[in-house]
Design a protein around this ligand. Structure first.
Ligand SMILES: [Fe+2]
Ligand SMILES: [Fe+2]
Length: 293
């Protein structure tokens, strides 16, 4: 691809964008990478200890079929969360594209848009391949996080803070799942791996923007941002790690709302979530935002 950066000596921000674009240039289409034939519903998609009800005495009484279906619906929930966040990213990043944008940023945004589009197509394909029923409207975005993601002033610290959290929470969940190695369904592992590779660049970009803006903010503004970050983190963790009540019912567990309440109080699940979120908390602290969960 022709480069044509007009700055003779790029500053640090331009150099970072150029490096990220260079790494994104050999594009790998997730639709062509995942072995879709493997993603049948006759095998567990997630290991048991990655499920929201695992560790409860009630879980031990579930049939193998219910456990299996739960593992599939819990990962479908993760992908639904991804579809929601990526749809917002795509809309907001697309609006940043205009002819006056510096060349390096314009190019990088195009790479990120292409990658996010690929992730969403991958999620759609995975859900469709499963042939599992998913009635329309059963998955809903959390209101506050959705509002902030859609309406935080473009290019401001709140926007980039929301972007960092919205990319880092799913990324750390993907990384936790990948640690299971062979115990994770191979196609699910491929999906997580493809996502992790691209997200590392997206998070680097969003963090660089956030840190630049935070350097100009005073202590009071940082305290306010940290408080909003806590709320966002809590809402995102809740939707990613605790599927909607209907998903429990779809997995064969009647009275889904009661199961969801049990999952939310499940100490084993709380520990799993805390472990996965720990790097996100450390990262926010590193940016001067104490965001204890
Ligand atoms: Fe993504
Ligand atoms: Fe991303």
């Amino acid at each position: 691809m022709a480069r044509g950066y007009n700055a003779a000596m790029p500053d640090a921000a331009t150099a970072l964008l150029k490096r990220l674009s260079d790494n994104s240039a050999p594009y790998r289409d997730p639709l062509a990478q995942v072995n879709w034939n493997e993603l049948g519903t006759d095998s567990d998609w997630l290991p048991e200890s990655a499920l929201s009800l695992y560790g409860l005495p009630e879980y031990d009484k579930f049939s193998a079929a219910v456990r299996r279906r739960l593992s599939q619906y819990e990962f479908i929930n993760v992908m639904q969360c991804g579809l929601w966040l990526e749809s917002v990213f795509l809309q907001r990043l697309t609006r940043r594209l205009h002819p006056g944008l510096p060349r390096a940023e314009y190019e990088y945004l195009l790479h990120e848009l292409r990658e996010e589009t690929g992730h969403s197509l991958m999620f759609l394909e995975a859900i469709e391949t499963s042939h599992l029923p998913l009635p329309p409207g059963v998955w809903r975005a959390p209101r506050l996080a959705d509002f902030i993601a859609r309406h935080a002033p473009a290019g401001g610290a709140l926007f980039w803070l929301a972007a960092v959290i919205a990319e880092d929470v799913p990324d750390k969940l993907n990384r936790c799942l990948r640690q299971y190695g062979d115990r994770l369904h191979p196609a699910v592992r491929q999906i997580c791996t493809l996502h992790v590779v691209d997200e590392a660049r997206h998070i680097t970009f969003a963090r660089s923007r956030l840190d630049l803006l935070l350097a100009k903010n005073g202590a009071l503004r940082k305290t306010m941002l940290a408080a909003t970050g806590r709320l966002l983190l809590r809402q995102l963790a809740e939707v990613f790690y605790f599927p909607p009540a209907v998903f429990y019912e779809l997995a064969g567990l009647p009275r889904g709302a009661a199961w969801r309440r049990l999952a939310l109080k499940n100490p084993t699940r709380r520990r799993f979530v805390a472990q996965c979120l720990a790097p996100t908390l450390r990262m926010l602290e590193g940016s001067g935002l104490r965001a204890g969960h």
